[in-house]
Design a protein around this ligand. Structure first.
Ligand code: F6R
Ligand code: MG
Ligand code: MG
Length: 367
């Protein structure tokens, strides 16, 4: 049976700055989806990660389907009304366009969708990150899909030995989607050469070379490209299918123990470790560190199981402690060097203006 898994997510307002949505806001979005999705969605799940609300749905309409996108857009509009009535910060912040036109791509919300031929057992993972960019998934994906140190399946499971096709997007190109296709294992050094720069090159999707099936889809939105100015971090979502012809769930999770430094957190202008967090977590410290949640599901004829809160398991408390320590170390150097993003990524107008003003005061010393 062919079904579509869709995640559409947006920040439409949060409590105490950029911490988490209010209960009333979350319930408004949930109730809207519950009431209006009859006959359209087979199933759905709604949750939050930091200040972002994500709608996961299953349906038969394929990717970029207008009724699915319109329903989620309208749910976010309904939520925005409540966010405004409660005085939440950044109410409606990710709804960057006023009129809906076909689908929400390019309108602010992040989208990750895949149409799949459902396997008899169909496990998948739903990742949502806050206070960071889509490139935050580059390193974990690279390691899972190329490296036997994380995916012993490359030695133990012949069906994945054929490798994977990576579609990588250059998100600095704003006129259309500019993509390249590279295959593992032959081109892993070229893949690494691109994925090393997560602000510019972002994994868009990954496909099995053995079966041609899609395994991964990542939301690649860069909000400042849509708005033409800084309006907050993109806070990417991702779907990853697991087991059989794909990496095992454990192989997909393996790299998250690293908590690599990624761009984001306070004023979207710093580097801090990507901290794995529990389901429906708020933001802990310094408008960061960047956080990522992971919910595991199985789906049968479009019906979802309850989510398994993967990073809620106590093992990840240890990883969180390490990420907190890395956070503290980096924060000790405040604004200096690697602690803050490079000039090209400093999306806050303020510092750019200051540096332009200072430029006028530079003089070239006479010999
Ligand atoms: C992402 C997020 C940040 C803020 C950014 C701007 O969820 O919260 O990227 O959008 O720090 O914050 P304000 O609007 O307070 O300038
Ligand atoms: Mg925010
Ligand atoms: Mg956010």
């Amino acid at each position: 049976m062919k079904i579509t898994l869709s995640i559409i997510k947006a920040d439409i307002g949060s409590i105490a700055g950029h911490i988490k949505p209010s209960q009333k806001l979350l319930e408004t979005v949930e109730n809207y989806v519950k009431q209006k999705s009859k006959g359209l969605f087979i199933d759905s799940y709604i949750g939050f990660t930091g200040d972002d609300i994500a709608i996961l749905s299953t349906h038969k309409k394929g990717v970029l389907a207008e009724p699915v996108h319109k329903l989620c857009w309208d749910a976010f509009i309904a939520g925005t009304k409540v966010a405004k009535s409660q005085g939440l910060y950044g109410a409606g912040q990710d709804l960057l366009k006023t009129a809906f036109s076909g689908n929400v791509k390019g309108m602010g919300p992040a989208v990750a969708e895949m149409e799949i031929e459902e396997r008899p057992g169909e496990p998948f993972l739903f990742f949502a990150a806050d206070k960071t960019d889509p490139g935050a998934y580059n390193l974990p994906l690279y390691l899972t899909f190329t490296d036997p140190m994380h995916t012993p399946g490359f030695m133990l499971a012949p069906q994945i030995k054929k490798g994977f096709k990576f579609i990588i997007m250059d998100v600095s190109f704003t006129k259309a989607d500019k993509i390249i296709e590279l295959v593992s294992p032959e081109e892993i050094y070229d893949i690494a050469a691109l994925l090393r720069d997560p602000e510019r090159f972002v994994v868009d999707s990954i496909w099995s070379r053995a079966t041609k099936e899609q395994v991964v889809v990542v939301s690649t939105t860069r909000l400042h490209n849509i708005a033409g100015k800084y309006v907050g971090k993109d806070d990417p979502v991702m779907l990853v299918r697991s087991q059989k012809n794909f990496p095992a769930t454990g192989e997909i999770l393996s790299p998250y123990i690293i908590s690599p430094y990624v761009g984001g957190d306070l004023r979207g202008s710093h580097n801090l470790p990507l901290m794995p967090v529990k389901k429906n977590s708020s933001i802990p410290y310094f408008d960061g560190p960047p956080i990522v949640s992971c919910l595991g599901f199985c789906v049968h004829e479009g019906k979802l199981t309850e989510p398994a809160d993967i990073f809620g398991q106590p093992f990840w408390d240890y990883v969180r402690d390490k990420a907190a320590r890395k956070t503290e170390e980096m924060r000790r150097q405040g604004f200096f060097g690697a602690a803050m993003l490079p000039y090209a990524e400093l999306e806050y107008g303020g510092i750019v203006k200051t540096l332009k003003e200072l430029e006028k005061r530079f003089i070239v010393r006479k010999k």
